[in-house]
Design a protein around this ligand. Structure first.
Ligand code: F6R
Length: 250
């Protein structure tokens, strides 16, 4: 596990884009695992800029996203399908038929979870998985729990996550209460993991996840067991790590 220090959000985004860009340059037909949320947006903007300048080609890339709200269509502006289209896919030359998310409109939970696991398997494994982290240490929508889940499943979101996500909705009552999410087992199978973390609201999660015990109560802590995990974190996110373990992150 490697933690890379960034000055601020912009610096984090550039450093992370360099790592993801290098993956695509080295393996043009890479399978990318992608995340939504505020953390990767700056990185996506940098990738769009490189693609539009003709410096990075996504034409052979395939993608699988971590999660999708239950009950939202891809046309709903709060869905993760909509987010991915507007924050990345429409700006790069990826073939949309090679991009995949769980189908939030499928009410048959068992069927949708099996379908999405089959999609992930059919790609022959994720080369690089992008992750953000929740303030409670969640990855994708794997919330604090008594165990780590392997495959795709449908979760009931915690009140804390609903409140954190409410900033994207007009009213908190509009935030969906359930979501389809990749399991931690699928995330751990990715060949490389790239996590982006910024802001003081993530400082406790950084400390607990990477300097604490490995426990399903802090789902990201399992990443300590991954053999190629890079975390790009800004100064604010490293605040508590720096206080408790000075010098641990160069
Ligand atoms: C997004 C996802 C979530 C976010 C996390 C952090 O697809 O799976 O786990 O990565 O909630 O969200 P932001 O980046 O908005 O702070």
């Amino acid at each position: 596990m490697r933690i890379i220090r960034a000055k601020d959000y912009e610096d984090m985004s550039k450093k992370a884009a360099i790592i993801l860009g290098a993956q695509v340059a080295m393996k043009p037909d890479s399978v990318l695992g992608l995340a939504t949320g505020s953390s990767p947006v700056g990185m996506y903007q940098q990738l769009i800029a490189w693609n539009q300048a003709g410096d990075l080609d996504f034409s052979q890339v395939k993608s699988v996203n971590l999660d999708e709200y239950f009950g939202l269509t891809a046309q709903n502006d709060q869905s993760y399908a909509y987010f991915m289209y507007h924050n990345l896919f429409k700006g790069i030359n990826i073939d949309l038929k090679n991009t995949h998310l769980p189908d939030g409109t499928n009410p048959d939970i068992a069927a949708e979870c099996a379908r999405y696991d089959a999609v992930i398997d059919s790609m022959g494994g994720v080369d690089l998985q992008v992750l953000g982290i929740g303030g409670n240490g969640h990855i994708a929508f794997n919330e604090p729990a008594d165990c780590f889940k392997m495959g795709t499943h449908c979760v009931t979101l915690t009140q804390k996550t609903i409140e954190a996500n409410a900033r994207f909705f007009d009213r908190i009552e509009d935030v969906p209460t359930k979501a389809y999410t990749m399991g931690v087992g699928s995330i751990m199978k990715a060949k490389k993991i790239l996590m982006v973390v910024n802001g003081e609201a993530k400082a406790q999660a950084m400390l607990d996840s990477f300097f604490g015990d490995i426990t399903p109560q802090v789902q990201a802590s399992i990443l300590q067991m991954h053999n190629d995990c890079v975390v790009v974190a800004d100064e604010a996110a490293l605040k508590l790590v720096d206080e408790k373990f000075p010098g641990a992150v160069k």
